[in-house]
Design a protein around this ligand. Structure first.
Ligand code: AMP
Length: 402
């Protein structure tokens, strides 16, 4: 049976899902964490809710891949290495080079390497994952799937910053967006649920997880998205600021006596957002609990999050001159009914309305708006991994036909 791996490699982690293709059946999923550190944690979920966990020292990603494959055979998930015919890797930044997924060869590896400045933390980690699999399974179909590709259809009016134009021409300074695979997945699924061609729809997709972004999808294409040059921009996130005034950078650096601008950016990325405002946690569940216990900073953090998401949805309705469907997805989007309700209450005046009962649900796919709502509001669990596996399948079929 043909199997495909979908991989999301971080600097010290390797997340993976193994599929039987083309059936799209998820056989096992897991993560290797703390790679290169002491006591790496190795988790595999498989079969009927079975779980394998081990703690051992794993020096690098290649060792992680070897151990993973060996363990999958030992657990009888795989019979042999040969069953794996394809691997797809999530790559965060594809710049303007990659408007779609790419079959990985030496040139593609060099191109991903050339884009490291656009994602200094992520692209090197993604490359490590790519090289680890290349070394262990050199002959299988290997595909790079970019977070930014889906947004390459944005028009210049939406991707250019109001900066001297040469900065775009000379330094690639523009909006690239992120979460593209997720936005594309839920937009396609929304069209299926509405039983209408994607090309005829105006859809707003709200990927609200620890990282969060909103996208306007028209005729099946991303026309605008809230993340920017990097995933720091847009709405308030778990630990990220979202949009702020750049003048705060020198001002705060002086107040905080910082000399390295990277330290300031690290604070914007890791100490801000819900975590920074509340002083409690980046996790929505903790904030909901704190708010219920009367914590005012948790309350204001939640209201700010809702406000920023709402602003983008409003913007995009106007930009597209209407909307057919608004989709909520990812950890918060799928699991926080109160947040969804609070975001959507401001759209009632345009006739877009949630059905309280339908909205009172977590993690299932369904329409959550009233029958006569002016636009459908949908809850769609995202699945970035299956999109990666599908792209691998596409290239596998192409290779087979050549
Ligand atoms: P993600 O990055 O997509 O995994 O989403 C993570 C976010 O989803 C965190 O803020 C979690 O608190 C939030 N989340 C997950 N489950 C729930 C839940 N049951 N209720 C509220 N928020 C949740």
């Amino acid at each position: 049976m043909a199997k495909t791996m979908a991989i999301n490699a971080g600097s010290s982690s390797l997340k993976w899902t193994l599929y039987e293709m083309p059936e799209e059946k998820a056989l096992a999923t897991g993560i290797v964490e703390r790679i290169g550190l002491k006591d790496s944690v190795f988790t595999i979920e498989y079969g009927n809710d079975e779980k394998y966990e081990d703690v051992l020292d794993i020096d690098d990603h290649e060792v992680a891949v070897e151990l993973l494959l060996k363990q999958l055979i030992e657990l009888n998930v795989l019979e042999s290495y040969d069953e794996i015919e394809g691997v797809g890797h999530r790559v965060v930044a594809g710049g303007e080079i990659f408007s779609e997924s790419a079959l990985i060869d030496d040139e593609v590896i060099e191109q991903i390497d050339s884009l490291i400045e656009l994602a200094p933390l992520h692209n090197p980690a993604n490359l490590t994952g790519i090289k680890a699999f290349k070394n262990v399974l050199p002959d299988i179909t290997s595909v790079a799937v970019f977070d930014t590709s889906f947004h390459q259809t944005m028009p210049a009016v939406n991707y250019l910053y109001s900066l001297p134009y040469e900065y775009y021409e000379d330094y690639d300074a523009r909006k690239y967006g992120a979460h593209g695979t997720s936005h594309q997945f839920v937009a396609e699924r929304a069209a299926e649920m509405l039983d209408k061609p994607l090309e005829d729809l105006k859809i707003i997709t709200a990927h609200l997880g620890n990282g969060a972004s909103i996208t306007a999808v028209e005729n099946g294409e991303s026309v605008d998205t809230s993340m920017g040059f990097t995933p720091l921009a847009g709405v308030t996130m778990g630990t990220r600021t979202g949009d702020i005034d750049a003048s705060l950078i020198p001002y705060l650096m002086e107040k905080l006596e910082l000399t390295d601008v990277q330290d300031m950016i690290d604070i914007f990325n890791n100490e801000s957002g819900l975590k920074g405002i509340s002083g409690i946690s980046s996790d929505m569940r903790d904030l909901e609990e704190a708010e219920a216990n009367g914590d005012e900073r948790a309350e204001i953090a939640l209201r700010i999050f809702e406000d920023r998401v709402r602003n983008y949805i409003g913007q995009y309705i106007v930009k597209m001159e209407g909307v057919d469907a608004i989709v909520f997805t990812a950890g918060i989007g799928e699991n926080a009914p109160t947040t969804r309700a609070n975001i959507m209450k401001n759209f009632k005046f345009m006739g877009i309305e949630l059905d309280e009962e339908l909205n009172d649900v977590r993690g299932v796919e369904r329409v959550i708006s009233t029958e006569d709502s002016a636009a459908e509001v949908l809850l769609i669990p995202t699945d970035e991994e299956i999109m990666i596996a599908r792209d691998v399948e596409y290239f596998k079929n192409q290779q087979a036909n050549n």
